[in-house]
Write a protein that binds this ligand. Structure first.
Ligand SMILES: [Zn+2]
Length: 458
């Protein structure tokens, strides 16, 4: 039996069903106008509820709780701002018998039916979330994903050879949204690419300048004036619109690069006491090594902003150079040279002679007379004396450091006292003046005024 409107309202109020249905109705006025919910009540035995749309039964429920659950499912999926739009509204309800054969649907089926018939207001869509913040809503997931890929590829092409990664977490989540929030894909692309434009208000104070305000907000003066084009004469207390672009997609742009560097070899010195100090030989050739660094380089506006070392490998160890040097001191070179180039013949050596002591060596050979006597070492002539006694015509050269040489029995002297001579300079000729038995050079080396054996120094 079918109740008339007034009768069914009364009986639903009595049963408590009407109250509950009204309380949980999620539809705003406009939806309700399209989607008139009708509840049927089977009075005879078990009762079911039928959901009707434009006179057609779209689903049946075992009880009002199912409808309530479906409502909650919708509300839970809605954005907070959309939730507030959904007000409680008294629905017009009728009661009618339900065919038990077709009863009854689950809450989720009921939910789907409600959404299906509320398309003018609520629709399923895909929310784009950056770091869990909803940025935009579209109705095609593939389109959204392709738009993001496109932007990533574009960024990649602007940064050749670089990897491009989104800095923030990006999610595309299916949900129920109020229809007015759904954007078309071109608008979504613009938002993702160029960011969201927002305006804030700023009240001009007495000390403000256009340049100062622009700097304060990090925008150009042109931009500031453009945003406030309708205000031709900006004055104190005017409210200015400040445009702020919030970038949506921030990318990390980086490249992995490797660099090879040489490792300079070191040098080791090996001392060899068997070799003289003049000895120096590379016994092992040094060779630079090679090392490889792998860096992760971050870029911003195509400029390197930072790099971090990822890996460091020694590709080739350097080979140490080994240099062997002698440490043995060389025998001391004679500082004195032979004073008679004509002959090296010694007719009388240094030492004991005829019960006396011969303090030098006698150098002679046939034909020696008149030949050159050279300074055995450079120095200052301290004696250049002619005479017929003892050394006869003779020269004494002071070489410094307590060293002196004596040249006796000369024929002619070519130097005078006080003169500086160099080693090898001709200073006299061989003769037989003084206490001499025949032409020869009597040559002495004195160290600290003590005559030494010249043969030890020549
Ligand atoms: Zn002598």
């Amino acid at each position: 039996m079918v109740f008339k409107n007034s009768e069914k309202e009364i009986s639903l109020r009595k049963s408590g069903i009407l109250k509950k249905v009204i309380k949980n109705s999620i539809f705003p006025i406009s939806t309700i106008a399209l989607f008139g919910i009708t509840v049927f009540y089977w009075n005879n035995q078990d009762y079911g509820l039928a959901l009707e749309y434009h006179g057609q039964t779209v689903a049946t429920m075992s009880n009002d709780k199912v409808y309530e659950q479906a409502n909650h499912m919708i509300i839970d999926q809605l954005l907070p701002e959309d939730k507030s739009k959904i007000g409680t509204y008294p629905a017009q309800i009728k009661i009618t018998p339900v065919n038990k054969v077709n009863c009854c649907e689950s809450p989720s089926k009921i939910k789907d039916e409600i959404i299906k018939r509320s398309k003018e207001i609520i629709t399923e869509g895909y929310g784009i979330y950056i770091s869990d913040k909803l940025i935009a809503i579209g109705n095609d997931k593939d389109e959204i994903e392709n738009a993001i890929k496109e932007i990533i590829n574009e960024t990649k092409s602007q940064n050749e050879g670089c990897e491009v990664e989104l800095i923030e977490k990006l999610d595309i989540k299916k949900g129920l949204f109020s229809k007015e929030h759904i954007e078309n894909i071109d608008k979504i692309k613009n938002i993702l690419k160029d960011g969201k434009i927002q305006f804030t208000e700023y009240t001009v104070s007495e000390n403000d300048t256009i340049v100062g305000i622009s700097e304060k907000f990090g925008i150009s003066t042109e931009e500031l004036l453009q945003s406030n084009a309708e205000n031709k004469d900006i004055a104190v207390w005017d409210k200015l619109k400040i445009k702020k672009v919030e970038k949506i997609l921030n990318f990390k742009i980086f490249k992995t690069i490797t660099e090879e560097k040489e490792i300079p070899y070191s040098s080791e010195t090996i001392q060899d006491p068997t070799k003289e100090t003049s000895f120096k030989q590379i016994t092992q050739k040094g060779k630079n090594g090679k090392e490889k660094f792998t860096y992760k380089v971050d870029y911003e506006d195509s400029k390197e902003i930072s790099r971090s070392e990822q890996e460091h490998i020694i590709v080739e160890e350097p080979i140490t150079e080994k240099v062997t040097v002698g440490t043995k001191k060389p025998p001391r070179k004679s500082e004195f040279i032979w004073p008679v180039p004509f002959t090296k013949k010694i007719t009388s050596p240094y030492g004991k002679r005829d019960g006396g002591f011969h303090k030098g060596i006698d150098i002679a050979r046939a034909g020696v007379v008149g030949t050159d006597i050279v300074a055995s070492q450079g120095g200052k002539v301290i004696v250049a004396k002619n005479g017929n006694l003892g050394y006869g015509n003779h020269i004494i050269i002071d070489h410094g450091n307590g060293k002196k040489t004596v040249y006796g029995h000369c024929q002619k002297l070519f130097v005078r006292q006080g003169q500086e001579v160099s080693q090898g300079n001709v200073i006299a000729t061989v003769g037989s003046t003084g206490d001499s038995t025949g032409p020869h050079l009597h040559f002495e080396i004195r160290i600290n005024n003590v005559a030494q054996d010249p043969q030890k120094y020549l």
